[in-house]
Ligand binder design. Structure first.
Ligand code: GSH
Length: 68
């Protein structure tokens, strides 16, 4: 998100009540993000989401091997 210049607020997981955490991240894993569409976890999915949102300014190479 820093790389993409996306504004965000970081919340320490210790500040979130456990039920609320599990509503946001059902496996209880961190990190996760809240976006207008809902919550996203998995650190592989999050960069892909932002990459697709700002496709005109890619940071992931189009070439599958280079992207990997
Ligand atoms: N596959 C997840 C793994 C995330 C993960 O395992 N996070 C650890 C902290 S670094 C965690 O939430 N551990 C708590 C738990 O497993 O209950 C990702 O890449 O986002």
């Amino acid at each position: 998100m820093l790389e993409k210049g996306v504004a965000f607020e970081e919340v320490e997981v210790t500040q979130i009540e456990i039920k609320s955490l599990l509503d946001k991240s059902p496996m209880g894993k961190v990190p996760f993000i809240e976006i207008k569409e809902g919550f996203l976890s998995e650190s592989t999915a999050v960069p892909g989401f932002f990459e697709n949102c700002t496709a005109d300014e890619p940071i992931i190479p189009k070439d599958p091997f280079k992207a990997a």
